[in-house]
Write a new protein. Sequence first.
Length: 312
Amino acid sequence: MAKANKDKIEQKLESRDFYKKLKLAQNFEKYSGGGLKRKLQRILYASKIYLPYLLVVKAGIGKKGTSKTKLFWGRKIEIPLTDFDSLALRTYGFAGGTEAELKLTKFFIKNLKQEDVFYDIGANYGFFTYLAEELCQEVHSFEPIPSLSEIIKNNSRNNTRVNNLAISNQKGVTKLFMSESTGLSTINESATKIHTYSYDQAKEIEVKTDSLDAYCEKFNKPTILKIDVEGAEGEVVDGATFFLQNHAPVIAMEIWGEGNGGDISKVAVARLRKLGFESYQIEPTGNIQKVEGDITRLIPAMGVDNFIFKKN
């Protein structure tokens, strides 16, 4: 069954229809930014995303509540149209229009196995949780924003445990800073001052935290995990030291470019390497190639990318 799902998802990812939708998303990303010129370019090249974004998200006109949508392989989910992330997911059934997300999706499709236990740390609206549900025996999804966690819970299957908490370096309570324009959030306050997304009017809420070391004592340990926590990756790794010293999961982690918080990413990379993990860049095909040194230099200055970390 898992093999059939993998083949079907891979075929859909390579389909003409998917790439037409992806092109729209990539144009939106390409022409993002302020100024009249950028707005006109988005209207011209990505109107199917940008105009609904202006009407539904910015102006609050139109759809309210939740909306049914299909992920790119045909699975149906229900999400609210409250920000750009949710609107984009509904528009083209994919996590994002960036090459980084496309490469990571291809990597997971190629490498997730039926016997895997997948941890999605920083799940957002749950795209990678849903993908892993199709391919793995067990999924643990972590999302600290209560409304997003509830959405994932409502959409998830019975092989998934949804956790409304932030993975950090200790168990407790902390502040979560939520971006005003997307579903992004972070527990690292310093990250809000350097990220390209606007946190100027960020909403702050208190959320529960736990460490991976503590969580793994109670539940099955991950064989593969995705870490995308908007600048708090170092805290996640710090709170998983015992587990990572004694086990060898495959880790997919978001890394920021030099002009976009790269120094924060370097901390997490250094901690993983100290624990015996080597870094790999994901190629457009989803295959990986070993890279050494400062990997933030491999990313456009204001961009992000996902890298794979594993032990030999």
